[in-house]
Design a protein around this ligand. Structure first.
Ligand SMILES: [Zn+2]
Length: 434
């Protein structure tokens, strides 16, 4: 891209970021949160009173969804004058994403969020010395809350796994599934990845080696974990109708062999059309978990925003982001009726070096280093934009977080990913032993 344009794009982002931070600090001044009975804000380390605690926490992770991807989702969905559900929240901040490496993966990032430690890429619920670290979901469970993991990826993939299991390598997905059932006892598990729940030769609900991806087949290493789940009292479902009918406090929904979509370059077998949508899964999880009077902790992940960005597929990165936004709306609707709920929307890291450019015929195009992708229509206007990528991997840029509800004011500022654990624990009034 030419330098002039680069500068222009940078300026736009600098302005919107400054605005976001300004708005954040103004809101903080006007509405000091965590005020105690005397009206003074609670000091750090001071236990939060029950009346000030977040009974429910719903954490949304748009995997790989950096600031520019989030902006592209906004432009494509509501246009320049609109705001996404995930952006229409009173508090915002920025998160540094490094693991023990500069550029994190989803496993280390989720471990930082879930347990408050910086660890190596690939680690699930373990610190840099491979010692298990208790997770926010496990603390919430100990406090009597219900817990859930919802994702369009394998339900045992890195992001969810780091909240409810402890293994040295994210690839140990059957071990992760076993720990969900027998150790962390997660109440609601909805997502893909049935291949890790059935041993080789037992296809499960989705046939082995399907045409859309012949590499997908059962490869569980811990026996038939679906049978085990049923013995432990889970309702097991594999489609939308059965999911919506499922009764009881424990639900296991497995809706694909692997991811609930096919990540590929545009026009090369790429497909984002989950058999159960993320908003539908989110709704079911909230309906199920909210029957617990002590509240719940729920992590909801959209994985398409990362996997499609790895393929430099902007169209489906945006589509996946739109599904995430609809899911956030489901949570906001719940939070409006239940003000003791905290809703957070963040990413684990940025993927693709995603940038937004003006339409320009003279700009380089598809040279293999920097790929032009688009054009995409800006909603409610005649304008368009292009997406440009710098990598098929992750990047180290800060990512935005937005927050609403009880304790949301804790999430303003610029801070390390490990702080998310501390802030969620404080918001819930959990007793953390380290
Ligand atoms: Zn990734």
């Amino acid at each position: 891209m030419n330098t002039q344009k680069k500068n222009k794009v940078k300026t736009v982002f600098a302005v919107s970021l400054t605005t976001a931070l300004l708005v954040t600090s103004l809101v903080s001044i006007q509405a000091p949160g965590h005020a105690n009975a005397t009206g003074k804000p609670a000091k750090a380390g001071q236990p939060t009173k029950a009346s000030q605690q977040a009974k429910n926490v719903i954490l949304f992770v748009g995997d790989g969804m950096g600031a520019a991807a989030r902006e592209a989702i906004r432009l494509a969905t509501v246009g320049l004058k609109g705001n996404l559900a995930m952006d229409s929240m009173p508090y915002s901040g920025l998160i540094h994403t490094s693991s023990t490496s500069v550029v994190t993966d989803s496993a280390a990032s989720a471990t930082a969020y879930a347990s408050g430690v910086k660890t190596y890429n690939g680690a699930i619920g373990m610190d840099a010395n491979k010692k298990s670290v208790k997770t926010i979901l496990e603390y919430a469970k100990d406090a009597g809350k219900s817990t859930g993991i919802v994702t369009t990826s394998q339900v045992t993939d890195a992001t969810g796994a780091a909240f409810a299991s402890h293994v040295e390598d994210r690839k140990e997905q059957s071990q992760i599934a076993l720990q969900y059932l027998t150790k962390s006892k997660v109440d609601v598990l909805l997502g893909g990845g049935e291949d890790f729940w059935f041993p080789a030769g037992e296809a499960g609900a989705f046939k082995d080696e399907p045409a859309e991806d012949p590499s997908e087949k059962s490869k569980g290493t811990q026996g038939n974990l679906v049978s085990k789940a049923k013995q432990l009292g889970y309702s097991y479902v594999t489609n939308k109708a059965d999911m919506q009918k499922a009764k009881g406090g424990k639900v296991l929904g497995l809706f694909a062999n692997e991811e609930m979509f096919q990540q590929n370059e545009e026009g090369k077998g790429d497909l984002y059309n989950p058999v159960v949508s993320l908003p539908e899964m989110t709704k079911k999880a909230i309906d199920t978990l909210s029957s617990n009077k002590k509240g719940f902790f729920l992590m909801v992940e959209e994985e398409g925003t990362d996997e499609m960005a790895h393929e430099n597929n902007a169209a489906l990165t945006i589509k996946a982001g739109q599904e995430l936004d609809k899911s956030v709306q489901v949570a906001k609707d719940f939070a409006k009726k239940n003000p003791d709920t905290l809703v957070l929307v963040l990413a684990d890291h940025e993927t693709g070096g995603f940038s937004i450019e003006a339409v320009d015929d003279k700009d380089e195009s598809g040279d293999g280093i920097s790929k032009e992708d688009g054009p995409f229509n800006i909603a409610n206007s005649k304008d368009q934009f292009f997406v440009d990528w710098t990598t098929s991997g992750h990047t180290a840029v800060d990512i935005p977080i937005t927050a609403m509800g009880r304790g949301a004011e804790l999430f303003t500022g610029i801070y390390e990913n490990t702080e998310i654990f501390n802030k969620m624990a404080k918001a819930m009034g959990l007793n953390i032993k380290k």
